[in-house]
Ligand binder design. Structure first.
Ligand code: AMP
Length: 249
């Protein structure tokens, strides 16, 4: 079984985003970019399924600028077998990403597509669900456990107040939640090996997908600044201050 893992290049999760002075978006010039953390979890899960003998090939896909090659090389260094870069400098919305992934899924015929539950830059949480709608395949979103069982997959989902397990017929779409696994770091020899793994470059037009935006971003602004806190010497002072503020137990 082949597994497709879409991976997005995003602002590194340790970087504090800076809004552009004209309010049109987040400033991405000269800031550290990395693989979306939920996608690292997707790559890790695919590798574990390959190690268990369930999967035979892992194909990583990224839609983005030429630099998204680095993200794909990271996936290859972790253990993906080959990669497809769908190159564009435009900001591509989830529906267009899902259409591109649908075209790739048609061509590659994977048994599973494992996406992140959301990309941490735009927090859309849409692409996996849209891809499920476009392909007509079953979806298991917010996965905290994935177990392939013959021609189906059991996906344990983190829902409000507990866990739900759904059984999906393959091929299926899975989106990862934080507790699914802890992604591995790529070793130096694997980083070297990844340089010679195959990476195809395509464009959205190759898949017949128009990436023109349908949503207009009106304004992006910083969150309101929080006022500074104060330090208290001990519990008595804390209690006295809370009482003075009118906070009672
Ligand atoms: P979103 O719907 O934008 O929050 O993204 C959900 C998931 O879709 C991500 O975690 C990725 O697995 C996938 N995805 C979104 N955008 C891209 C992209 N540009 N390239 C590859 N995968 C993507």
């Amino acid at each position: 079984m082949k597994i497709l893992v879409p991976v997005k290049r995003v602002l590194d999760y340790n970087v504090k985003p800076r809004v552009k002075s004209d309010g049109t978006g987040v400033d991405l010039a000269n800031v550290k970019m990395s693989m979306n953390p939920f996608d690292e979890i997707g790559v890790e899960e695919a590798i574990r399924l390959k190690e268990k003998g369930v999967a035979t090939e892992i194909v990583a896909v990224s839609v983005g600028p030429a630099k998204a090659q680095e993200t794909l090389r990271t996936a290859l260094a972790m253990g993906a077998d080959r990669a497809i870069l769908v190159q564009t400098d435009d900001a591509v919305e989830p529906l267009a990403i899902a259409k591109i992934l649908k075209a790739i899924a048609d061509a590659e015929a994977p048994g599973l597509v494992i996406l992140g539950k959301q990309a941490i830059d735009d927090d859309n949480n849409q692409t996996g669900q849209m891809l499920a709608a476009l392909t007509g395949w079953a979806q298991g979103t917010f996965a905290s456990a994935v177990a392939v069982d013959g021609d189906s997959v059991n996906v344990t989902r983190e829902v409000d107040g507990g866990l739900e397990t759904v059984k999906l017929k393959l091929p299926a779409i899975v989106t990862t939640d934080l507790r699914l696994n802890e992604p591995r770091y790529a070793s130096l020899p694997n980083i070297m090996k990844a340089k010679s793994k195959p990476l195809d470059t395509k464009t959205p037009a190759d898949y017949g997908v128009d990436t023109a935006p349908r949503v207009k971003v009106v304004k992006v602004s910083e969150p309101a600044a929080r006022s500074a806190g104060i330090k208290v010497a001990d519990v008595d002072e804390l209690v006295a201050k809370l009482k003075a503020m009118g906070v009672h137990s």
